[in-house]
Design a binder for this molecule. Structure first.
Ligand SMILES: [Zn+2]
Length: 254
């Protein structure tokens, strides 16, 4: 099992650093910038051995070139068609990554069409698809694609640590509490997240069990979420994807 550490970058990005103790290999997921990665690994006396990319947005890829200049031609795994620096294109399935063992790749379109998630128990790196208390905006995909992508993530074990690419939790929870003001797990979680942020600590990783209890986008069939949606649209559809789309639209205009 790898040791996993979030490296804060830009205004609210996390670059996830994985260190495998048995092989002493290191990889990072979605390097938005290089200096934070180089400084963190150098301080720990570590070398970077591979890069994983979840999707093509600049704030997930902009550090790749500088890292390759610094560490040499290390492999860059990710969506091959949309990210020029990817040397090892991946698609859905299980792939062996040298020094890291098998990693399961999930194709999770919605935020973008090329979006991938990486799962190695007990961690999932889900980029901008699932956030704590929220989900990514639909820049390229349809609500149906996003809903099914979130369903793929929800099918992972409940104890999975959810490693999202942004510290959006508190602002997501403000919306979540508007949708579900009576959700006690959500109220308690907000108090804990506020403490974390006051201490300048991450609220991540979350867990799937936690997200299933507090994230409205994973709770489109719960009584309270349905009742809030019904107040906005008295003719609310029975279709779960249409309900999800309405919730996403509500958040977009929140
Ligand atoms: Zn993105």
């Amino acid at each position: 099992m790898p040791n996993v550490t979030p490296i804060a970058a830009l205004s609210d990005n996390y670059i996830w650093w994985l260190h495998h103790p048995s092989t002493q290999k290191n990889l990072v997921v979605d390097p938005s910038t290089a200096p934070e990665v180089i400084a963190t690994l150098t301080q720990a006396g570590q070398h970077l051995d591979a890069i994983l990319i979840t999707h093509h947005h600049w704030d997930h890829t902009s550090g790749i070139s500088e890292l390759l200049e610094h560490y040499g031609p290390i492999p860059v795994y990710g969506p091959g068609a949309s990210v020029a620096e990817v040397s090892h294109p991946l698609c859905a399935g299980t792939h062996a990554i040298a020094g890291f063992g098998d990693i399961t790749v999930l194709a999770i379109p919605g935020h973008t069409l090329d979006h991938l998630a990486y799962y190695q128990a007990p961690y999932v790196f889900c980029g901008d698809t699932l956030f704590s208390g929220g989900c990514g905006r639909l820049f390229e995909g349809t609500p149906a694609q996003m809903y099914h992508s979130l369903a793929q993530l929800m099918a992972l074990p409940d104890e999975t640590y959810v490693c999202c690419a942004h510290e959006y939790t508190l602002s997501n929870l403000t919306f979540a509490l508007t949708v579900e003001p009576q959700n006690h797990a959500l109220q308690n979680y907000q108090a804990w997240c506020q403490q974390q942020r006051q201490r300048q600590l991450p609220t991540l990783p979350s867990t799937l069990a936690k997200e299933k209890a507090i994230n409205p986008f994973l709770r489109c069939d719960s009584v309270d979420v349905v009742s809030s949606l019904q107040q906005r649209d008295p003719k609310l559809s029975q279709d779960i994807v249409e309900r999800f789309a309405l919730l996403r639209q509500w958040k977009d205009n929140f």
